[in-house]
Design a protein around this ligand. Structure first.
Ligand code: MRU
Length: 361
């Protein structure tokens, strides 16, 4: 996607030095655009744990490049296995992380030249992520075109939660891919952007990327969605996911479930966009099986923003009050209208999902 008119992916190898990975430090957005060098697997793990990079697809791509950096440090099998464990321990919910580590270990295991195999696999994971997101845009576009036709060309109002945009992947994003595709095709769209407390990925990241691309949008507080749906001001909800079971239960940023309930109550279609790397093919019961990240209470009690040219934090709650901070929730498959994948759209159910991905049947 474009930042100030220049094309970027979210992760890449440094020009002229392929031993260095570069990424955008998303903690500084939208106020500063900082590119950071990552040279070791420990630095890659820190980038994920510290949320310089976040979002399911980008966490997976960073893990892919992290394993390549690990191989540059040593190709000893024990070291590589431990490096994979270090990466996997950083964040529990997005399944793309363990998927990418597993793919790298398998590629290196069977290769004579482990560094070359890791290099190729990291690039392949990133390229596939970008390409799958582009295809998701192509499959989702007719949905928005159809709503636009029914509205006689009036703007299609889409509600999205958190950031399942290009910043959460390598390029295009998932929930945003159909939006960018529709906008680029001349279809009038307007996006309601949930601010997404406590880290405000919607306010900081989704609003910024939509603005960079010139997509009309309006920022709303997390609790406004239900009200807007009751008044017919949302045509479709489009979100991403960090892990979806083979039965179609969807883990996504905390608050997604409430949007799905409101959408269900108001007859608003609720779509989830995901690449196949976000399916957990081993899980059937999302509520009981998907690990939900528990984050620190500081994120709830402090608001972070920009003041006098620097990042600043302010306390918004009584210092002594305890705060709980589950990072994700699970929307049961019955509340999901359909899934948009790189292979097409399917119902959120095991038969339909495995019909699209028969290799996992
Ligand atoms: O905690 P984050 O920022 O890594 O959470 C990820 C998300 O932005 C969302 O849950 C998103 O909707 C799905 S990830 C593509």
């Amino acid at each position: 996607m474009y930042v100030h008119g220049r094309h970027y992916r979210t992760i890449w190898l440094k020009d002229g030095d392929p031993r260095v990975v570069q990424l955008i430090d998303q903690r500084a957005l939208p106020h500063e655009f900082i590119v950071e060098d990552v040279r070791t697997v420990a630095e890659a793990a820190r980038a994920i744990a510290g949320m310089r990079v976040r979002g399911a697809g980008l966490i997976g791509a960073t893990a892919g490049y992290g394993m390549y950096l690990a191989a540059l440090e040593s190709t000893d099998a024990g070291w590589l296995r431990r490096a994979g464990e270090t990466l996997k321990a950083t964040r529990p919910t997005a399944v793309n992380l363990s998927w990418a580590v597993g793919r790298q270990l398998a590629a290196m295991d069977s290769a004579e030249d482990k560094i070359a195999a890791a290099f190729k696999t990291a690039a392949r994971i990133a390229d596939e992520d970008a390409e799958f997101c582009r295809r998701i845009g192509g499959h989702g576009l007719p949905l928005l075109a159809d709503i636009s036709r029914r509205k006689g060309g009036a703007p299609v109002n889409i509600l999205t939660h958190c950031n399942a945009g290009w910043l959460a992947f390598v390029d295009h994003g998932t929930a945003t891919a159909p939006i960018y595709a529709a906008h680029d095709a001349g279809i009038a769209v307007h996006v309601w952007v949930d601010e997404t407390r406590p880290r405000n990925q919607g306010a900081k990241l989704t609003a910024w990327e939509l603005a960079q691309h010139g997509v009309p949008h309006t920022l709303i507080v997390d609790n406004a969605g239900g009200h807007l749906m009751q008044h017919g001001r949302v045509d479709i909800v489009l979100v991403g996911t960090d892990r979806t079971t083979r039965t179609g239960d969807v883990a996504n940023k905390i608050g997604t479930y409430l949007k799905a309930l409101a959408a269900h109550d108001n007859g608003v279609p609720f779509y989830v966009a995901l690449p196949s790397s976000s399916f957990d093919w081993k899980m059937r019961d999302g509520l009981r099986e998907i690990p939900i990240e528990d984050r620190g209470s500081e994120e709830v009690k402090f608001a972070e923003g920009w003041q006098n040219g620097a990042r600043a934090e302010v306390l918004t709650a009584p210092r002594e009050s305890p705060a709980a901070n589950p990072g994700f929730d699970v929307t049961p498959a019955r509340l999901v209208t359909s899934l948009i994948t790189e292979r097409g759209i399917c119902a959120a159910g095991e038969a339909a999902i495995t019909a699209l991905f028969p290799e996992h049947a």
